[in-house]
Ligand binder design. Structure first.
Ligand SMILES: [Zn+2]
Length: 488
């Protein structure tokens, strides 16, 4: 009897092994195929891998859209317990909000982009503690960090901490608000359909627009010290000046817990040395200095105001180190090239990250981009003039278009070239040719249709969320519905 049972178990084990072997073989074949099922399986595997590895890795997929979709895992909705009494809410809109539970009250660090997103976070925080909010700390004055303060404050009358000079970054106040607003909406894809068009915004899932920018409460404690130390609800807190993404940036350091809240000076994406919505020059050298200052604190936990927190002293040190090194590299190589007389276009062609930094999981270009950083350093130091006298007083756009199109054999021939470039998937060239023809008012409707198609194709090639969103937003402005008849 016993022998029969053993034989039965052995047969069953062999059968399971053979079936598993076959199934794995089939899955392998499927995953290496380019069928829709294969691509779906690949995507699922990428997602699972990133969950297991807590987002430390990044997708190896060569499909930019799939990589950007995988990056959305950074923003899966969750309140994460970073350490005892330290929490951060990730995935409730564009930015994070953190909570430190003190003796008899709460300390909130950053307050989200809108009252709606702040309400969603507060609801979750209230499941952890019902004590009043004793203090709110702003890491900087960008709207996605200050706009839900009213919600967190409620009737608790908390002290609100903001560094002196706190509102310096609000450039909309100098009269460029309308255009800055328009470009911001494009960068963050306000008009795009979530899922199919809007994948994410690079450093967050999407902007929660309900009550956007309406819940700001001015700081009640304006400190000027480089390092301002205060004890709130029994928790020792240091607020340390750390100019970087903004001049008014600070980091919040809890020395007893070794937790560092770094605001927007670090997130899991290449730093936005220049935002395409437009901004004043971001002093990248100060930014690198600030990251090095953070490293010297030897934090065990790093809690950014966008993307997920990092834990483990060596991991945090590596992340901050990679960030500082990449910023310095882009800056130094740009300056070196500038001194050799290179123009911004030439610099963009020559400054690329070395392999070790390009492969860093913290430096993938989901948000900032190396070429934009290069151009920003150039214009930050030397302004708009690239140094080439040809560009001191160039031809007007219509004049240049007229002469280039004439050189190309006239508008009809250039239009044919445009169609060929589209077939050849030479989308940047399509855009440039389309601009010449549109400037000359030649077949504007047809040419605009082609340009919209090229914008959509360029968007698909991007892992960079702001670039993708900008391409798609402008495509939508030109043609609210995708063109029905496309040139093939
Ligand atoms: Zn932010």
């Amino acid at each position: 009897m016993e022998k029969r049972l053993t034989t039965m178990w052995c047969s069953l084990a062999i059968w399971i092994f053979l079936v598993a072997h076959r199934v794995i073989g089939k899955l392998r074949m499927l995953i290496s195929s380019t069928t829709p099922a294969g691509l779906l399986l690949k995507l699922v595997c990428c997602f699972s891998a990133s969950i297991f590895l807590d987002g430390v890795t990044y997708a190896e997929s060569s499909d930019p859209e799939a990589r950007l979709r995988q990056h959305t895992q950074e923003f899966r909705r969750e309140v994460i317990e970073v350490d005892d009494d330290v929490y951060v809410a990730v995935g409730y809109g564009a930015s994070n909000s953190a909570m430190v539970v003190g003796e008899s009250g709460l300390i909130i660090i950053d307050t989200k982009e809108s009252t709606a997103s702040a309400e969603a976070v507060l609801k979750e925080f209230r499941k952890i503690s019902n004590t009043p909010v004793s203090a709110i700390i702003y890491t900087h004055s960008h709207r996605d960090h200050i706009s839900g303060a009213k919600v967190f404050a409620g009737n608790d009358n908390p002290a609100i901490y903001g560094r002196a000079g706190f509102t310096n970054e609000l450039v909309g106040g100098v009269g460029v608000g309308p255009i800055l607003g328009k470009r911001t909406q494009r960068q963050f894809g306000f008009s795009l359909k979530p899922g199919s068009e809007l994948i994410n915004v690079g450093i967050g899932e999407k902007v929660w627009a309900d009550g956007l920018g309406t819940g700001y409460v001015p700081a009640t404690v304006n400190y000027t010290e480089e390092r301002y130390t205060v004890t709130i609800e029994g928790v020792r807190i240091e607020l340390v000046a750390a100019p970087g993404e903004t001049d008014d940036q600070i980091y919040v350091w809890l020395p007893e817990k070794k937790v560092l809240f770094c605001g927007d000076n670090f997130y899991r994406a290449f730093p936005n040395l220049y935002p395409i919505r437009g901004s004043r020059y971001r002093d990248v050298i100060k930014w690198a200095h600030s990251l090095e200052k953070m490293r010297r604190e030897k934090p065990e936990h790093l809690v950014p105001s966008h993307t997920r927190p990092l834990s483990g002293a060596s991991l945090v040190d590596r992340a901050l180190g990679d960030y500082a090194e990449a910023i310095r590299y882009v800056h130094d190589k740009t300056v070196e090239g500038m001194n050799r007389g290179l123009t911004p276009d030439q610099l963009v062609a020559s400054v690329t990250l070395p392999e070790n930094l390009a492969a860093s999981p913290y430096l993938q270009e989901f948000y900032g981009m190396v070429p934009w950083g290069v151009r920003s350093v150039f214009s930050g130091y030397l302004g708009w003039f690239d140094g080439n006298p040809t560009n001191l007083l160039p031809l007007s756009e219509p004049e240049e278009a007229r002469r280039i199109v004439a050189l190309g054999g006239g508008p009809r021939k250039v239009y044919n070239r445009l169609k060929k470039a589209m077939v050849a998937e030479d989308y940047q060239w399509v855009m440039q040719l389309a601009d010449y023809l549109i400037t000359l008012r030649y077949q504007v409707d047809e040419v605009t249709d082609v340009k919209v198609k090229a914008l959509r194709a360029l968007a698909k090639q991007q892992i960079n969320a702001p670039a993708r969103n900008y391409y798609l937003s402008v495509a939508k402005e030109l043609r609210p519905d995708p063109p029905k008849i496309l040139i093939d």
